[in-house]
Design a protein around this ligand. Structure first.
Ligand code: MN
Length: 285
């Protein structure tokens, strides 16, 4: 099943290039969520118990909108945290170590020497919102990444249990200002966490560690790899992250980017595709 957010706070099921509005199934009494708000995303949290009703809505031939006619929001609207893996493909580690504008004097070794970082929730954007780099004249790079979305709360999750904690997957762009500041700062400007076009539930992805993916900029292939080349695969990332903090439904793990990162400029058209997850097309403002 494919779940999207659209038109400013609506929830949809995507089927055959059409969007079925299912906001009323998730929020029958409106947004009746007690304060303090949950640390997770309530749509992702409620998804397992509502799947039958969502499927019925699609099968009943209910009203729908063409996918291209809606404004897509981020695949997860309110993740409690957006977790990033900084160096998780060896060819990207090699290119970072060869480029002073990326490494700023650091030598990258292994992911578990550097840990993970967090992107601010305010950096989230859907693919129909242009990426805004107008606030800086610094180098801003694209990074295509497979994103795993947590479905079940857990702490210290074992490798063997990790996939049971994943609701689904989506495509992410971890946009990055290059520089020597902490990654959390450089990767958190508004619109720098693009998630789209929708969340694909885990049952549709046989093996998240064997997915072809690529990113083109203005039609030219810039990044192309397969998730089998991840240093820490999806299960290891869940295990590693949850050893440090509790993972909640809706939390997003951006799994890292392969080689080929490069600057973007105003007017660029970015098209990211991951096997089974559709195509995220966006633009730089
Ligand atoms: Mn990244």
């Amino acid at each position: 099943m494919k779940i999207c957010t659209f038109d400013g706070g609506r929830v949809g099921v995507v089927h055959d290039e059409a969007v079925f509005d299912v906001t009323d199934i998730f929020f029958p009494d409106g947004l009746n969520v007690p304060w303090p708000y949950p640390r997770g995303d309530v749509v992702v949290e409620r998804l397992p118990q509502l799947r039958d009703r969502l499927a019925e809505r699609v099968e009943s031939g209910a009203e729908r909108k063409p996918l291209e006619a809606v404004k897509l929001g981020p695949s997860v609207a309110t993740p409690g945290k957006i977790i990033g893996a900084p160096i998780n493909y060896q060819p990207h580690i090699d290119e970072a170590n060869a480029d002073k504008e990326i490494n700023h004097g650091k030598t990258y070794t292994r992911i578990d020497d550097f840990g993970l970082f967090l992107k601010a929730n305010s950096s989230l954007a859907g693919c129909d919102t242009p990426i805004d780099i107008g606030f800086t004249d610094r180098r801003v790079d694209h990074e295509i990444e497979l994103c795993a979305v947590i479905g079940k709360q857990g702490r210290a999750i074992s490798y063997d249990d990790a996939l049971d904690h994943i609701a689904g997957y989506t495509i992410g762009l971890d946009m990055t200002v290059r520089g020597k500041e902490f990654p959390d700062f450089r990767k958190s400007p508004d619109t720098f966490a693009v998630l789209g076009p929708y969340l694909v539930t885990a049952d549709e992805i046989a093996d998240p560690n064997a997915l072809d993916f690529e990113l083109t900029v203005n039609g030219e292939v810039r990044q192309k790899s397969n998730t089998r080349d991840l240093v820490f695969n999806v299960q290891q990332l869940v295990e590693y992250a949850s050893h440090m903090y509790t993972l909640y439904p809706g939390d997003v793990i951006m799994t890292g980017t392969p080689a080929g990162v490069a600057p973007v400029k105003s007017g660029d058209r970015l098209v990211a595709t991951i096997e089974g997850l559709g195509t995220l097309a966006t633009a730089v403002k």
